[in-house]
Design a protein around this ligand. Structure first.
Ligand SMILES: [Zn+2]
Ligand SMILES: [Zn+2]
Length: 106
């Protein structure tokens, strides 16, 4: 059964749907939500901002000279050892900077 709850932040009435209740149970949450979806989303955003998430650019002092994790790989074309900004997988050939020349995408 759907339940009507009142948001403790903004006082709005919102519906705690049956499927949400099932979701909460599945997660082991024993409490009903105390905030409407809007306030929940807002809080979530704030939390993400505080932590300076991995995406989004302007973190708290995280803005150093583009330090990406690099992985060692062997170039499939010339056999030279190289570093790539992604984890090399076995099914895809990896090329060094000399052999890998992007065409349209920079
Ligand atoms: Zn609310
Ligand atoms: Zn190469």
């Amino acid at each position: 059964m759907d339940k009507s709850l009142t948001c403790k932040d903004c006082g709005a009435t919102f519906v705690f749907t049956e499927s949400e209740q099932a979701f909460y149970q599945e997660k082991g949450f024993t409490n009903e939500p105390t905030r409407c979806p809007d306030c929940r989303a807002a809080r979530k955003q704030n939390r993400n901002n505080d932590r300076g998430g991995s995406r989004g650019g302007y973190g708290n002092g995280n803005f150093r000279s583009e330090q990406r994790e690099m992985f060692p790989a062997i170039c499939a074309a010339c056999g030279k050892e190289t570093m790539v900004p992604f984890r090399p997988s076995n099914d895809k050939p990896v090329f060094c900077r000399d052999c890998f020349k992007p065409r349209s995408r920079f």
